[in-house]
Ligand binder design. Structure first.
Ligand code: NAP
Length: 233
């Protein structure tokens, strides 16, 4: 088996950064992407100092030119992408009621949490098909779970529920190509987004992503997972 190549979005910090670390610790080549150049380069240097094989590429998932540029870069440098972790996300105006929330908040949530990831999938899945191998992890949230949906956080909830739709539809469309696409929730994690009161560590938050990113060929696809277990949509 050739050296595996992975791309992780929104990896300047938090769960995305930890996913890069753990993938690289497994001997997988990691392209750590981030929208902030300085933060991204600093993050990569930190992992390189740990002896890990990680490189940086700038990517704001809301910018189509950035997405095209990343895809061209990985094609030229590696010729393949085996693992894509769609981790980037924003959590805007979480306490505001759906009755008053500005449409712009919902649009910006969809742009950062869904549309960029859709475009990345559209551009990277053909590469995965060529090599008959792919693992895609969509970093969703319990907030996107229709089964337990409650008040507020409208933009975030809509975007994570839509990300789950993307998982289910794409997984079905690529069936039979050894491309496994799943959504997951990391639980409530102590990051900038989750805050210091969250009960779970960043390592715990990243754990299910690593499992889904390295599934065997007979692993699940088109599911929603928490702690390696399927959960209702
Ligand atoms: N923490 C939790 O409790 C929790 C729970 C459920 C789901 N999640 C999900 O887990 C993922 C990671 O969150 P986290 O907890 O690690 O939060 P975090 O520390 O705030 O990290 C979010 C990351 O997303 C990046 N990002 C935001 N917009 C972006 C864009 N347009 N393009 C590229 N990168 C962008 C941020 O970049 P900057 O550094 O430039 O801001 C940052 O690296 C998110 O999708 C989040 O929704 C988290």
């Amino acid at each position: 088996m050739k050296q595996k190549i992975s791309v992780v979005t929104g990896a300047s910090q938090g769960i995305g950064f930890e996913i890069c670390r753990q993938l690289a610790q497994k001997g997988i080549t990691v392209v750590l992407t981030a929208r902030n150049l300085k933060k991204g380069e600093t993050a990569v240097q930190k992992l390189q100092k740990e002896g890990l094989h990680v490189s940086f590429y700038p990517l704001d998932v809301t910018k189509q030119d950035d997405i095209q540029s990343l895809v061209t870069h990985v094609k030229e440098k590696f010729g393949r992408v085996d693992i894509l972790v769609n981790n980037a996300g924003v959590h805007l105006n979480p306490t505001e009621s759906a009755l008053t929330v500005a449409l712009d908040i919902v649009k910006r949530s969809m742009e950062a949490d869904v549309y960029g990831h859709l475009l990345l999938c559209q551009k990277i899945i053909p590469l995965m098909r060529q090599h008959h191998y792919g693992r895609i992890v969509n970093m969703s949230s319990k907030a996107g779970q229709l089964a337990t949906m409650g008040a507020k956080k409208l933009g975030y909830k809509m975007s994570k529920a839509a990300l789950n739709v993307l998982t289910a539809v794409l997984a079905d469309e690529v069936k039979g190509n050894n491309i496994l696409i799943n959504s997951m929730t990391p639980g409530w994690v102590r990051t900038e987004m989750g805050g210091s009161e969250a009960p779970r560590s960043i390592e715990e938050g990243a754990d299910t992503a690593i499992w889904l990113a390295t599934l065997p060929d007979d692993g699940p696809t088109g599911g929603f997972f928490y702690e390696h277990q399927p959960i209702p949509w």
